[in-house]
Design a protein around this ligand. Structure first.
Ligand code: HEM
Length: 466
């Protein structure tokens, strides 16, 4: 079998390069090897594909190429043994189907007002500029994480106020922050560090956070089971009363394992996408002005569904997801039976990965790919194998509808109500890996200038109320 060509450098060196400047490494691979290349992981070939024709095969050849859960085993310590990432086949398909109603359609639309309110609350709580100062600085990425955490709490648990909401919010904020910390990263990389030496040791602290989460969640599950409330439409309520693929009630442990990957996706990927959008919108005056002009056509307090339908806003979100996709590659897939991909015969055991970033950088699809040009999405329709920020096939992101809805509403609320600026207008921001997402390495320092004026209003600085 002849594999596509690829670098001969050591996997450790490549992995280091991937961590320090992933996009430069991918650009270099694509310049040198083209649309398809192989990187060896020990004796396992991993084939990276960026041509739409090859991406289509990865997503649609369900018999020959599977979304094997085994390939994500290294994530089990983080997301649980029965999380979506660990599952495959019928069980995976069935669990994903359970998520569809609460994460799609009218259920998602119900979160519209809440998303706008949460955004306003978080932005309004940022310190206001002192008299005589041009603006007060804040970091956009952690600020957007506060917003996306609240939105995902509502979608997953149906909680937006009260004691239980506060407990979940505080605990999950600690849980997700620690999950991204260097301490945990070391413990995950070196098994000998995974020792429970009490809650002051990194691994002990992680286990303690997990135990606290389990306790809180199991209490909530027990209460909901004992007082069924059919008006609840969140993911947890859906799972509690659902049956698994064999017709049995889903166990509390299985329900628990569904949440970490939903929480990571729900908070980090969405915050990354919104932060990059803020960067481009405030870097490029023309984009910001055109967007504001479009938002202003809706008048005061517009209906969220009207915001979501705005064409230029949609194009800006798509372009932000194109130029720096939050996840630069898909999760790995496994070749189960021989298949020809782009002229290469791949044998069982080969791992294949869709290069989201490289597909989005193709000159033949996106002329001047390094330029941020939302207009391209107004002029042309892209196929799911040409534009794939949410991946595709069996593991296509189940949060896509919620994520796009949220992205548009958060951006529209911020832009129409606040005047912001980049703290360093000329600085070129680069993505950096945090977990599997690639937010701006600096966290994106911005300035809060003032509340934006609507016609006829007198200037009003942001106050730190609520
Ligand atoms: C702009 C925001 C988001 C982006 C760009 C994004 C992107 C992605 C991508 C690229 C994948 C991998 C797909 C593949 O391998 O083919 C994925 C999977 C996943 N995402 Fe998202 N995501 C976002 C938001 C969300 C949200 C809001 C949630 C939760 C509600 C979520 C939950 C997940 C889960 C659980 C998976 C794994 C699916 C599986 O294994 O079947 N994501 N996402």
């Amino acid at each position: 079998m002849k594999l596509p060509e690829g670098p001969k450098a050591s996997p450790q060196w490549l992995s280091h390069q991937f961590k320090t400047d992933p996009l430069a490494l991918m650009d270099a691979m694509s310049d040198r090897y083209g649309d398809i290349f192989t990187i060896m992981a020990g004796s396992t070939p991993t084939v990276y594909v960026s041509k739409p024709q090859g991406i289509k095969q990865i997503f649609t050849s369900a018999k020959e190429i599977t979304a094997s859960g085994k390939l994500n085993e290294h994530s089990a310590l983080l997301v649980g043994n029965n999380g979506l990432l660990m599952l495959d086949g019928l069980r995976h398909k069935h669990r994903r189907q359970l998520l569809m109603p609460p994460l799609h359609g009218t259920r998602v639309q119900e979160y519209g007002q809440r998303i706008c309110q949460v955004t306003d609350k978080v932005m309004n709580n940022l310190a206001m500029p002192a008299a005589g100062y041009a603006g007060k600085s804040f970091y956009a990425y952690p600020t957007m994480q506060k917003i996306t955490l609240e939105v995902i709490l509502q979608a997953l648990f149906g909680l937006d106020s009260g004691e239980r909401y506060e407990q979940f919010r505080q605990l999950l904020s600690n849980f997700l922050t620690f999950a991204r910390s260097r301490w945990l990263k070391f413990s995950l990389s070196y098994p000998f560090l995974r020792q429970d030496l009490g809650r002051w040791s990194p691994w002990g602290h992680w286990l303690d956070l997990q135990r606290q989460f389990d306790k809180l969640l199991y209490t909530e599950i027990a209460e909901r089971r004992s007082q069924a409330d059919p008006s609840r439409t969140d993911v947890l309520s859906e799972l509690i009363f659902a049956r698994d693929e064999t017709g049995q009630a889903i166990t509390d442990e299985d329900i628990r394992d569904m949440f970490p990957s939903l929480l990571f996706g729900g908070q980090d990927a969405s915050a990354t996408a919104i932060t990059w959008s803020l960067y481009w919108i405030h870097r490029l005056t023309d984009v910001r002005e055109r967007l504001l002009a479009e938002l202003d056509t809706l008048g005061e307090s517009p209906d969220p569904m009207k915001i979501v339908a705005l064409p230029y806003l949609s194009a800006v979100c798509n372009e932000a997801l194109r130029i720096y996709p939050t996840q630069v590659v898909t999760f790995p897939r496994l070749v189960e039976s021989p298949i020809q991909v782009m002229g290469y015969e791949l044998s069982p055991g080969t791992v294949v990965i869709g290069c989201i970033y490289l597909t989005h950088q193709r000159e033949d699809l996106y002329p001047q790919p390094k330029q941020f040009q939302p207009e391209r999405f107004l002029e042309r329709q892209y196929s799911p194998y040409e534009f794939l920020p949410f991946g595709g096939g069996a593991r296509r992101c189940p949060g896509e509808v919620l994520a796009l809805f949220e992205m548009k509403l958060v951006l529209a609320t911020i832009l129409s109500r606040y005047q912001l600026a980049l703290a360093h207008q000329e600085k070129i921001e680069k993505p950096k890996a945090i977990g599997i997402n690639y937010p701006p390495a600096s966290g994106l320092k911005m300035l809060m200038l003032c509340r934006r004026l609507s016609q006829g209003e007198s200037p009003q600085l942001v106050t730190s109320s609520t």
